[in-house]
Design a protein around this ligand. Structure first.
Ligand code: RIB
Ligand code: CA
Length: 311
């Protein structure tokens, strides 16, 4: 078992981002160094407020939360309130958090932590990759300074959820995702819809949540989706779980490009499966670890165990 990670979370706190924070914070061996928010499910400011709410119910009120990019690099922002609710937390109308975001920006926070603890910090990216791309532009050494990056995003061998081909985090800022997936990280792991489609919380699992402030919080922010869709895909919590325990998944190491020009396919994550033809110089890029299979039952049991472990 690898040593427990020091984790920097970059997210767009919506419902599953909040659940991922609870998943990580339940682990006494994981140190959440900080959270940065990015425009995605909701505006970055609201994502920060929701991240503070999740950290406070998880007993981690001192973890700093910094606001990052308020828009994608190029395209117009399209939030996902239709899915995550107007408040980003399932229209649960929770009281405001006690804390407030730091004055530092999320990109500055990411660079400060990476430079101050070279090779030690694991970046868990649960939203669009705008902050990560901006940080790469400021600090080209970022891939060597971070221990690894785990990204919730993409749909390599399955349909998208934002379009027939593209997953939301990638589709929200394809230019940023292309910059990130082209970089030479020490290790880059892609946890996409190929595996999150197996990580489904059913109503019975939702009904078992409770018994603590954190579990009640999780139950409340999930209630709207359970009422309307009777299921919830635990995308971000699965990415957090794989960061903590890679044995939950099996991976394919392949270079991945992001389509930027397709009328129907913009934002698609395209893996290069060629084994004979060498890529051209333009096509050449490092392989990323694509999660292609997951021990879904073991993950779901661990998800419930962790949420139940809060006093
Ligand atoms: O496609 C699912 C991803 O997009 C999740 O991270 C969800 O929170 C949204 O950001
Ligand atoms: Ca997210």
């Amino acid at each position: 078992m690898e040593r427990p990670p020091l984790v920097l979370v970059d997210c767009d706190t919506g419902v599953d981002d909040a659940l991922a924070i609870l998943y990580l914070a339940a682990d006494p061996q994981v140190e959440i160094l900080a959270v940065g928010t990015v425009d995605g499910n909701v505006a970055a400011e609201l994502g920060a407020e929701n991240s503070l709410r999740a950290l406070e119910v998880a007993g981690r009120p001192t973890v700093p939360v910094a606001i990052g990019a308020r828009a994608p690099l190029l395209q117009e922002s399209r939030h996902a309130e239709h899915f995550h609710g107007q408040d980003g937390l399932g229209d649960s109308h929770l009281p405001p958090p006690g804390g407030r975001p730091t004055d530092e920006g999320a990109v500055e926070q990411m660079l400060r932590l990476a430079r101050s603890r070279p090779g030690e910090v694991s970046l868990l990216a649960l939203g669009p990759l705008t902050n990560v791309a901006l940080a790469l532009g400021v600090e080209p050494r970022l891939p060597e300074l971070l221990r690894e990056v785990v990204i919730m995003g993409g749909a390599v061998a399955c349909p998208g959820n934002q379009s027939p081909w593209a997953e939301f985090n990638i589709a929200h800022d394809p230019e940023a995702a292309e910059m990130v997936l082209r970089a030479r990280w020490r290790r880059c792991t892609l946890v996409g819809l190929d595996v999150t489609g197996e990580a489904i919380l059913e109503p019975a699992g939702h009904q078992r949540l409770g018994g603590s402030v954190a579990a009640e919080f999780a139950s409340r922010i999930l209630a709207q989706q359970m009422r309307t869709n009777h299921r919830f895909e635990l995308c971000d919590p699965l990415a957090a779980a794989i960061l903590v325990d890679r044995s939950l998944a099996t991976f394919q190491r392949l270079p991945v490009s992001v389509d930027l020009d397709g009328r129907h396919t913009r934002g698609a994550t395209v893996a290069d499966r060629r084994t004979t033809l060498a890529p051209t110089e333009e096509e050449a890029r490092p392989a990323v670890e694509i999660a292609m299979a997951v021990a879904a039952d073991r993950f779901l049991a661990e998800f419930s165990r962790r949420l139940g472990s809060y006093g």
